[in-house]
Design a protein. Structure first.
Length: 347
């Protein structure tokens, strides 16, 4: 993840998007903070309501929620495909909302990559032509364009399919073309709106793996929209959950599972794979300097619970938890491990 002390790649403050007649005047008449009751009474839809967050360079922020929660409208506001009603958006420290039409076009052409649920491939163009289309729009000469496009198609696993048409490809392969096309401009920020939701489960898993592989290589700043908590957990550095246009909680997957903000968030996390999300450090009992549990077994504080559950459950005594240098930092008991994995039986 990027350095949080540096200028955030994206900063979003008090962002609103209303749908209705003359929404800007309505918004200003209510001092930039209309209540849900005022919106309902006037017949306005509050698709995004007072949303604020930052995305660090190299971070994957996953925004999720049920249908109608506002997550897709939010990402369209961040790219100004939809004009916000109020608030601020900074891109690399510069106001995106103050950008003129020409500047905005240049930002989209050179710094923003976008992938949507529907692949949007041009049926009469080949894989090569589809993937290289953004470079064609930029006026890049054919030789340079095709060399770059071949590199991208190899990167996403479509080497040898350059001359095929979209109709010749599976859904997963078509989405790979869409991903290659979005990377053609070498974007600073990658926006993805439910890119895998139309795919079969096995292909979806494969595409998630591909996405993580690409991110490890490219280290993009990413805003990723999904309605699937398992997908969010696999991909995210942090997860934001939206409900009725508002950002209910923004946190790491681990913190969200352990400390959901409300019942709505708890419902999303109820069936989460806790053993693969929660770390030893989150459930250990901190120890004093030099303290060490009885016995020789030690476990690293950064390990996930599934990695250490068997040896901990197999022993009778608490085990020592150590940091990266091997220094004891805590103790993990079987009871604490069981509560983390299966919940508190007293509840």
């Amino acid at each position: 993840m990027g350095n949080r002390l540096a200028t955030p790649k994206i900063s979003c403050r008090n962002l609103w998007k209303l749908f209705g007649p003359d929404e800007r005047n309505f918004f200003h008449r209510h001092a930039g903070d209309p209540s849900d009751e005022a919106l309902a009474a006037a017949g306005y839809i509050g698709a995004v309501k007072s949303v604020s967050f930052e995305v660090a360079a190299g971070e994957i922020l996953v925004v999720m929620g049920l249908s109608g929660s506002g997550k897709s409208t939010l990402i369209r506001c961040l790219t100004r495909l939809v004009e916000p009603t109020g608030g601020e958006i900074d891109f690399d420290g510069e106001s995106l909302l103050k950008a003129g039409e020409r500047e905005l076009i240049e930002l989209r052409r050179h710094k923003m990559g976008m992938v949507f649920q529907h692949f949007g491939l041009l049926p009469h163009r080949t894989v090569m032509s589809n993937a290289g289309f953004p470079l064609e729009v930029q006026g890049i000469d054919k030789r340079k364009r095709w060399n770059r496009t071949r590199e991208l198609l190899k990167l996403v696993g479509l080497e040898g399919r350059e001359a095929n048409f979209p109709r010749d490809l599976s859904g997963g392969q078509q989405q790979r073309v869409g991903i290659a096309r979005s990377l053609a401009v070498e974007p600073d920020v990658w926006f993805l709106d439910e890119p895998f939701s139309a795919l079969d489960p096995l292909i979806r898993r494969e595409m998630q793996d591909e996405f993580l592989r690409l991110q490890q290589m490219l280290q993009k700043t990413i805003v990723f929209i999904t309605h699937d908590f398992d997908e969010a957990v696999r991909l995210a550095d942090r997860i934001g959950i939206m409900k009725d246009g508002r950002l209910v909680q923004l946190d790491t997957p681990e913190a969200m599972v352990l400390r959901p903000a409300d019942d709505y968030v708890a419902a999303f996390t109820k069936n989460a794979p806790r053993d693969r999300i929660i770390s030893v450090a989150a459930v250990m009992q901190p120890s004093g300097a030099g303290d060490r549990a009885a016995g020789g077994l030690t476990v690293p504080q950064g390990a996930r619970l599934h990695e250490i559950a068997l040896p901990v459950f197999a022993g009778d005594a608490p085990v020592s938890v150590v940091d990266e240098s091997g220094r004891p930092v805590g103790v993990l008991t079987r009871d604490a491990l069981a509560r983390a994995l299966y919940g508190d039986p007293a509840r």
